[in-house]
Design a protein. Structure first.
Length: 298
């Protein structure tokens, strides 16, 4: 089971201005083949079907821990997209065409299918598919796939970073480049223990250090590239048999954190009457409050 907290992985700032086309590019990091929906579901179903959990507990614990983090990454990328879309339309009468700009944006689904909020599709609006998940049952093959998947995700994050200067997008991507780097190194270490092949010698892939990006440096300085969170209060402790020693890139000590990052507040999005969302007027809200109070006996 996943224990959920009403927090984001990191604090994201309130945007000064919307950028729907940049939000469309960021959608690839959510619903693309190498997006967060893929990393979450790959690891989740590998953990559900993991054979000989007790005998191979460190590897099971690793996949479970990273699964927990990926759920939060799906949430973080979604809120980044949402925040970049806020203010894209106008609070006007329907006959004044308040959503007129939507017809010229990269993904019109954001204006027609949703109320300018993220959904699990890619940068072209194609829906995420379960065909992107991989589970062979062979532990080495699954870990090798995960290693490649995280490298592919890193590549796409770097490219989207170069496509937009939007501060919220770059803040999110900078953080995920660091955290994704942890996952790459973790799967490389797991493969080394299983096979003796040192996959860390080819890192980083692509061959560009995280510190080349302005938005990653504060996370690297905070040691986030060397921490592996269990995303559990008490379980998955055997991951410390894999995530140990020193970082293969900077040589500093690795650390297992029992639990999850503190994170930041979930954004509270404003009313958007032009999209009929949430569709609750001030009068409705007052009546709902009265009903809740009556039900509570107040």
């Amino acid at each position: 089971m996943i224990k959920r907290f009403n927090r984001l992985s990191i604090e994201i700032s309130k945007p000064d201005q919307p950028d729907p086309n940049a939000a469309a590019a960021v959608q690839e990091l959510l619903g693309g083949r190498f997006g967060e929906m893929s990393t979450l579901n790959n690891y989740m179903f590998q953990s559900f079907g993991f054979r000989q959990q007790k005998k191979l507990k460190p590897f099971y614990d690793l996949i479970c821990s990273i699964t927990g983090e990926e759920f939060g990454h799906v949430e973080l990328v979604s809120h980044t997209i949402n925040s970049m879309l806020v203010g894209s339309t106008y609070e006007e009468d329907p006959d004044q065409t308040p959503m007129r700009d939507g017809k010229d944006k990269r993904i019109s689904y954001h204006f027609i299918d949703t109320d300018q909020m993220a959904k699990p599709f890619d940068s072209m609006g194609a829906p995420w598919t379960g065909d992107y998940t991989f589970k062979s049952g062979n532990l080495v093959e699954d870990l090798l796939h995960n290693y490649f998947l995280e490298i592919g995700a890193r590549t796409h994050k770097m490219r989207v970073y170069e496509m937009t200067e939007h501060p919220i997008a770059r803040e999110m991507i900078g953080y995920l480049l660091v955290r994704g780097g942890v996952h790459i190194k973790a799967y490389a270490k797991a493969l080394y223990i299983l096979t003796g092949v040192d996959m860390t010698k080819m890192l980083p892939v692509p061959n560009l250090d995280n510190r080349k990006f302005d938005a990653t440096r504060k996370w690297e300085d905070a040691g986030e590239g060397r921490k592996l969170y269990t995303f559990s209060d008490h379980d998955y402790k055997a991951v410390n048999q894999i995530w140990k020693g020193t970082d293969p890139i900077d040589g500093l000590p690795l650390e297992v954190i029992q639990g999850a990052p503190v994170g930041g507040e979930i954004p509270d999005y404003p009313n958007a009457p032009e999209t009929f969302a949430p569709g609750i007027s001030e009068e409705d809200f007052i009546e709902i409050s009265k009903r809740l109070q009556r039900k509570a006996g107040l």
